[in-house]
Write a protein that binds this ligand. Structure first.
Ligand code: R2B
Length: 311
């Protein structure tokens, strides 16, 4: 600090608030964020991304582009009529990334491996850009358990398929577990923004079981393979319900583990597109699905608007 003041700088250069990141990052010049098609040598990360405060992630590029437009409207940010929102990760050919003021909107694909690649690179981006206290929110789709389809489900705890609060990976041939804790204050704050009188949908909080597969992993009877029975499926789902589980997804444990390792506050808000107590196939029409997808987005938009504009 003294050296900077002597040199006439007003403020010392700030670092990002992320914790526990790889110390070798400082030696990577440049650091290539391969799947985002970006590198720290050819882009000024602090200038381009330094103002990011919210990182919102969801499965598909189209959904996240629609969310970026919603945020633009919510925050009354205008683009020149001739300009379009640009996918900043286009060169990586893997994910979509849109930036609307302090909000990053990224698609993460399906499953833990896909979202963890994206998270490694977004967390490194936050670090290089010297971002301050960014909040990460997954805005997803999910299979509800005992919930009316179209319900917004906020995750209290992300559990793996054995109902353990961990994200398990294999590192150098050894099983490694990282706690999949989510920020409970953020969860409650998001819940408080639901309006049971005005909203056309219910918003509930409960545990999420994160699986490595959509079919057998979530006890569906309609996969290419099925070695269990309808009664055993019902008993399994009833058992989950009895333990406070409200939905299945495929990303929450990886998302929770990677964000909490970096000391980043995070939450998972999903729309249930089916009630798994009643069936396995997603039968809702495309129109209905796109109407539903706006619900968790709206809740998150309220949170961002409140944080940014105090309203
Ligand atoms: C919800 O939807 C996808 C599977 O259809 C997966 O990404 C998930 O968690």
């Amino acid at each position: 600090l003294v050296r900077h003041m002597k040199m006439g700088c007003k403020k010392p250069p700030r670092e990002s608030t992320l914790k526990g990141l790889n110390p070798c990052l400082r030696c990577l010049q440049p650091d290539v964020l391969y799947h985002l098609g970006m590198d720290t040598g050819s882009m000024n990360f602090p200038k381009i991304f330094g103002d990011v405060r919210f990182v919102c992630m969801g499965g598909t590029p189209e959904r996240m582009e629609r969310f970026a437009h919603m945020i633009m409207k919510e925050l009354s940010l205008k683009l020149h009529p001739a300009t379009k929102l640009r996918n900043m990760a286009e060169d990586g050919h893997r994910f979509a990334l849109y930036k609307v003021g302090p909000v990053l909107c990224a698609s993460h694909g399906m499953g833990g491996p896909s979202i963890s690649i994206l998270l490694h690179e977004l967390l490194k981006m936050m670090h290089h850009a010297k971002c301050q206290d960014p909040v990460f929110i997954r805005i997803g789709t999910c299979g509800g358990i005992g919930l009316e389809p179209g319900t917004v489900a906020i995750t209290s705890e992300a559990l793996d398929g054995m109902l353990r609060p961990y994200h398990e990976t294999i590192v150098q041939g050894k099983v490694v577990q990282h706690s999949s804790k989510l920020d409970q204050c953020l969860t409650q704050e998001l819940l408080s923004l639901a309006d049971p009188c005005e909203d056309e949908f219910d918003t509930v909080v409960g545990k999420t079981v994160c699986t490595n597969d959509f079919y057998e992993g979530q006890t569906r009877l309609d996969g290419a393979f099925c070695d269990y029975t309808n009664p055993s499926k019902s008993a399994y789902l009833q058992g989950l319900l009895g333990q406070g589980v409200i939905n299945f997804d495929m990303e929450s444990t990886a998302f929770a583990a990677l964000t909490s390792r970096a000391g980043v506050r995070s939450a998972v808000v999903s729309i249930t597109i089916i009630n798994r107590m009643e069936g396995d196939q997603v039968l809702a029409s495309r129109d209905r699905l796109s109407e539903w997808e706006k619900r968790p987005q709206e809740l998150v938009a309220r949170y961002i608007r409140k944080a940014m504009l105090g309203q």
